[in-house]
Ligand binder design. Structure first.
Ligand code: KG4
Ligand code: ZN
Length: 379
């Protein structure tokens, strides 16, 4: 059994977890910074770095204490190298390097997106169902990313080919921006998810940009080699803004924003009292448009690339409607669709420790000059 301590600090959650041999979560601690960023309606990078510096030591200590482990009993220390916010990543990496050096443990660098993919495997293994049919098509959909990866297995590790990505806003970013626009607070995804069931998702017909296209080489000439399935959500955000302007909703939005700012933790009842039927319809229709697009493009990519299995992961994978739609529509095509549990969908360190395990087996360790890569690519 190999015990790996994972450390995650790529965005606004400070996470530490101890995972045994990439499959058993012994502890998983997450300190959320939502309270810090809430008043700004989004993550403020400088504040995120400072909050990580404050939270890292207690979070790691708590993860070790809950696991009944010490620095000495660990086999390796894994840390998120990127992608993410530069300062936030550096906080976690500096601390992980110092720990690895002091405790004389190997250091393992993990791509955050591979972590999200391994969160699905962790959950599947927990249910005793860790054997996957390849190729796996993984939709990684979060606040910073909307990516489709075709994953293949080699030895103990995986390789990834990106066959789709967002051209502008990530899906989670669209949830957050639209919630902010409608005076609903931050982060927008869980709020929109909870309120959508009170509206008619067909009330506002949103049309989304469809961008299935052949890959292009650097000169912009189609190579004709691979079909891509890219996403775009900034137009949808503008369409919501136009709807607000056309229907004169701004005054009621400002009143809602004011009312919510005086409530520390708004409940569903608070929201129900502050939104009318038209707003619920708008929210439900917005969510439906995103869920339609994510589901249909992923299934089209699965057909194009003869995928045997679908993974859906990242913060937006916590969304109820998205889970239901994938469950139903993938089953109709005879494809198993796997999700992480909700706590493993959003950022956490258990997924980082799990993704590090194949690298541990392969002796793929990071040097002490490891640094953050905010735009790290997954291959
Ligand atoms: O994976 P994550 O924790 O952090 C990133 O790597 O970005 O994802 C956070 C994103 C936020 O945009 C948040 O609004 C969204 O995931 N999210 C949701 C839900 N829960 C979180 N979006 C839709 N429905 C949800 N239930
Ligand atoms: Zn993430």
């Amino acid at each position: 059994m190999a015990l790996i301590l994972g450390i995650e600090s790529s965005c606004d959650e400070t996470g530490a977890a101890v995972v045994a041999s990439g499959e058993k979560i012994i502890s998983n601690v997450v300190a959320s910074q939502i309270a810090t960023h809430q008043r700004y309606g989004g993550v403020v990078p400088e504040l995120a770095s400072r909050e990580h510096l404050r939270a890292l030591v207690p979070v790691v200590r708590q993860a070790l204490a809950e696991a009944g482990q010490t620095y000495q009993s660990l086999d390796a220390i894994a840390v998120t190298q990127g992608p993410g916010l530069m300062g936030a990543l550096l906080a976690g990496i500096s601390y992980a390097k110092a720990l690895a050096f002091a405790a004389e443990k190997p250091l393992i660098a993990v791509n955050h997106l591979e972590g999200h993919i391994h969160a699905v495997l962790l959950e599947a293994k927990r249910k005793g169902n860790g054997q996957m049919e390849f190729p796996v098509l993984a939709l990684v959909v979060s606040g910073g990313h909307t990516h489709l990866y075709l994953a293949a297995q080699y030895d103990a590790g995986w390789t990834y080919e990106n066959v789709g990505r967002t051209r502008d806003d990530a899906a989670g970013e669209a949830f957050d921006k639209v919630a902010k626009l409608l005076g609903l607070g931050y982060p927008g995804g869980p709020i929109v998810d909870g309120l959508s069931k009170h509206g008619n998702p067909e009330a506002v017909p949103f049309a989304l940009a469809q961008m299935k296209h052949r890959d292009r080489n650097q000169q912009g000439i189609p190579t004709g080699a691979r079909v891509r399935f890219d996403f775009s959500y900034s137009g949808l955000k503008t369409a919501v803004l136009r709807y607000v302007q056309l229907h004169n909703l701004q005054a009621s939005i400002d009143a809602r924003r004011n009312a919510l700012s005086s409530i520390a933790k708004p409940t569903v009842e608070d929201y129900l009292g502050l939104c009318d039927a038209q707003t619920f319809n708008l929210i439900a229709s917005f969510q439906r448009a995103i869920v339609d697009d994510l589901t249909s493009k992923t299934l089209a990519a699965a057909r194009e690339y003869d995928a045997e299995t679908i993974f859906v992961t990242g913060g937006v994978a916590a969304n109820n409607e998205l889970r239901q739609r994938f469950g139903r529509e993938a089953a109709m095509e005879g494809l198993p669709a796997h999700f992480p549990s909700r706590p493993l969908s959003t950022d956490n360190a258990a997924m980082i420790a799990a993704a590090a395990y194949p690298k541990f087996l392969a002796g793929d360790f990071a040097a002490m000059d490891l640094s953050a890569e905010s735009g790290l690519v997954l291959r």
